[in-house]
Design a protein around this ligand. Sequence first.
Ligand code: ZN
Length: 310
Amino acid sequence: MRSYGDGHCDTIVRIYEKGQELFCNDGHIDIQRLTNYKAPLQFFAIWLEPRYYPIAMRQTMKYIEFYYNQIQKNADLIGHINCFDDLEENKKKNKISALLSIEGGEALEGEISAIHTYHRLGVRSMSLTWNHRNQLADGVAEKDSKGGLTKFGRDAVAEMEQLGMIVDVSHLSEPGFWDVYNLAKRPFIASHSNAKTICDVPRNLTDNQMRAIADKGGVIGLNLYPPFLTTEKEVEVEDIFRHIHHILSVVGEDFVALGTDFDGIDCCPKGISDVKDMDYFFTEMENEYGEQVVEKICSKNLLRVLAEVI
Ligand SMILES: [Zn+2]
């Protein structure tokens, strides 16, 4: 059995909207399939469809309530984590560890104290933006504006670091990224982004951005969404390796992790149709990079960030 740590999925929102269950569903991730791994760690993101922005906090609360309801229903198999020790406890009890994250600072509705409230509710990671501009910063879809972090965005980063909430820069504009880098005193992550040199799309990271994440001790989570892996053809495992090769050559083996984006993506690379198939991907990866590097990418690097930040 392999260890497993994934920094991003949209499972909670997907199953809420479809009326399905975390134990077993027809998406990419459920408890049944996560138990194929040793001490799995899964980040569960709360993402808001833009139509919910006018009621961002209310909708986020609904999803958070649903998340805890699902965890409670399956308490013998999965446990929410607030700190690194919780993860160690879950490991001992053979349980899946669930980390609650927020995708997009819209959920704050411009209220700085909401970061504290979400932290009290167990949120341990938050990306500042989704693709668009919000009160914190510009997202990647706003590149023409060249906007970075607002005053509120800067305050939010400081609050998150002080509380022990991981700052996630996936979806953030490049000027915003550099603002975070200049402000950050702790490791920050790009939970689900790939290498721009290999696939030039706005959601991926330049080599300098990856170096900056490594410099602060964070991680880059490999995203499995085919259009972020290659724009040229049907995507295979080899295409993920091209990103891994490149990231390893730029920052080395301590800063690559997984950020599958499962249940947030409508197609996957050939051979990987859900979380269960990641085992096949890991075996292929092991042939390519050896056991030690695979261990780091599959969980160790992400665990290091958790140990340092939350
Ligand atoms: Zn995303």
